[in-house]
Design a protein around this ligand. Structure first.
Ligand SMILES: Nc1ncnc2c1ncn2[C@@H]1O[C@H](COP(=O)(O)OP(=O)(O)OP(=O)(O)O)[C@@H](O)[C@H]1O
Length: 265
């Protein structure tokens, strides 16, 4: 876990520049517009960090991408799955097809406390993909091994550290074969050392060309793991670019203010 963490190679960003394409996404909660006409294209294999002040709409945006929140307007395409949110209710098959493309990792790990790590990772596969128990458990074991937790397969969440629980949650999401992984502050609330374990797992996924969108308050994380940093303020994307550029020469005054506040400079 002490291995130095360097930037993901841009070579990881492959030929499909608009594998994820969100256009004009808008989401209001009552009178408050949490996501305000956001358009975003994500290349296959790209790793994007979304940063910005508290309440900027970062979580709401990624929740819109897997339809945990249904946008009021706009459209979204992930791979072959496409949904238009403007006008009318969503057809269930469309929603299912879009959701099937994404895996989500939350700040709170959301594991079932009464099931072992193995069962936590196997059950969603059995329910959603209708895999047999043997098949789901075999895959669960493979994903637990991938996140370095084969030895904890039979442990319950309460017998695992916060970092281990988060890695189980990552394994659970991966076992569903997502094309896009969404992370909502995956290291918040964890000790820095434990956060580094998660970071290491995520770097491994980036090296495997997993497409990832990560909401994070950790600027070092954004700087060293991403191909691109997206800055949100008041529901809108105000600036985006390569991590070094955003961190050292941000163009927008609100980005400068935000970075000054979080980096104390
Ligand atoms: N389910 C909801 N109902 C009502 N308001 C909501 C809901 N979810 C988010 N909001 C509001 O939308 C705005 C954006 O919230 P969001 O959590 O997306 O911001 P954020 O940038 O992720 O903030 P933080 O960094 O603090 O997590 C906030 O004003 C929040 O109170």
């Amino acid at each position: 876990m002490t291995e130095p963490i360097g930037p993901v190679s841009d070579a990881a960003v492959r030929a499909d520049p608009a594998f994820v394409s969100a256009a004009g996404l808008t989401k209001a909660f009552g009178a408050h517009v949490a996501v305000d006409d956001v358009s975003l294209e994500v290349a296959k294999g790209e790793v994007i960090s979304i940063i910005g002040p508290s309440g900027a709409g970062k979580s709401s945006l990624i929740r819109c991408l897997n339809l945990l929140e249904v946008p009021d307007h706009g459209s979204l395409r992930i791979g072959d799955a496409r949904v238009d949110f403007t006008g009318g209710s969503l057809a269930k098959p469309q929603v299912r097809a879009l959701r099937a493309q994404t895996g989500m990792v939350f700040q709170a790990f959301n594991l079932f406390p009464h099931f072992s790590a193995l069962k936590n990772v196997a059950l969603p596969q059995m329910r959603v993909h209708k895999r047999s128990r043997a098949e789901a458990e075999e895959r669960a074991m493979a994903e637990l091994t991938r996140v370095g937790l084969a030895s904890k397969a039979n442990a319950y969440p309460a017998e695992c550290s916060g970092g281990q629980q988060q890695r189980i949650a990552i394994a659970r999401a991966l076992a569903m074969d997502p094309e896009l992984m969404l992370f909502d502050e995956p290291t918040s609330g964890l000790d820095p050392e434990i956060g580094a374990e998660i970071l290491q797992v995520m770097r491994g996924l980036a090296a495997d060309d997993m497409t990832m969108l990560i909401v994070t308050h950790e600027m070092e994380f954004a700087r060293h793991v991403s191909n691109r940093v997206v800055v949100m303020v008041d529901g809108a994307v105000i600036e985006e670019g390569p991590p070094e550029q955003i961190m050292t020469q941000p163009e927008h005054e609100r980005t400068q203010q935000f970075l000054s506040a979080v980096l104390g400079r």
